[in-house]
Ligand binder design. Structure first.
Ligand SMILES: C[S@@+](CC[C@H](N)C(=O)[O-])C[C@H]1O[C@@H](n2cnc3c(N)ncnc32)[C@H](O)[C@@H]1O
Length: 238
């Protein structure tokens, strides 16, 4: 798969910023806590969260070395921050029961085995620890993806997993979580113009596509709007 372009990513007007703010607020972080950002990307949300952790620490985990390069540039020598390469399909690269909170923004729909993900999160949390996550949920980008056959019936895009509420609730419960709240939140996102839309599609959504395919999709999206639906999860380890 084509690597992420962390610099181009950070230059875009991203709805992810609003998703990150909602996610961080839900955690009610305390100044001395340890937070893990799962699928941190370039660390934009993590940087915002770090403002709430003046005496705490932050662990950033992602599998993309190009995104992590940008993340390292962002945090420099901040002693509160550890940046680790890791696959969220595996156990998190931290000691069991070592973190107070886990956040994740726009990453978990890249993983098809959410039972693994929730179990790994549960194992990494201290007792009383919390999770707040955002990712693409059931119905995400349905209109956009429905346009793809008009470009090329053989065209490929990643096998994203857009989980629904009931499956997610069941998996969280099976992993041991309590105080579970799961919801789907439509978030239609207009981009300001065709050029920004094309750059957005190429950098985030259809990274493997040719310029011509990207151009055709941006023309088909007549309202310049991506029909996002977010799956939001909040839960606690008792
Ligand atoms: C759209 S970006 C979101 C980054 C950041 N959380 C944000 O909101 O800007 C998705 C991120 O998920 C990461 N990711 C996808 N699958 C992953 C996996 N299996 N393990 C770790 N990271 C993964 C990608 O490398 C990428 O950095």
């Amino acid at each position: 798969m084509k690597p992420w372009d962390g610099v181009a990513y950070d230059a875009l007007p991203l709805p992810h910023e609003q998703w990150g703010i909602r996610t961080i607020e839900a955690l009610n972080l305390q100044p001395n806590e340890t937070l893990l950002d799962a699928g941190c990307g370039t660390g934009r949300d993590a940087q915002l969260a770090l403002e709430k952790l003046p005496h705490g620490s932050l662990v950033c985990v992602d599998q993309s070395s190009t995104m992590l390069d940008q993340c390292r540039t962002r945090f420099g020598q901040d002693q509160r921050v550890r940046i680790l390469e890791g696959d969220l399909d595996q156990a998190l690269p931290v000691e069991p029961e070592s973190v107070d909170a886990i956040m994740s923004v726009a990453a978990l729909h890249w993983l098809t085995q959410h039972n693994n993900v929730w179990q790994h999160f549960y194992n990494a949390l201290k007792l009383g620890g919390r999770i707040a996550t955002d990712c693409g949920g059931f119905g995400n980008l349905a209109k956009t993806l429905g346009l793809v056959p008009q470009i090329d019936s053989n065209i490929k895009f990643p096998d994203w997993y857009y989980a629904n509420v009931s499956d997610t609730e069941a998996l969280l419960k099976a992993a041991g979580f309590v105080d579970i709240a799961v919801s789907l939140r439509p978030h239609p996102t207009p981009l300001p113009d065709k050029q920004t839309l094309a750059t957005y599609l190429k950098t985030l959504v259809f990274r493997e596509w040719t310029e011509d395919q990207i151009f055709k999709m941006s023309e088909l999206l007549t309202d310049n709007t991506l029909d996002y639906v977010r799956l939001e999860v909040r839960a606690k380890k008792a």
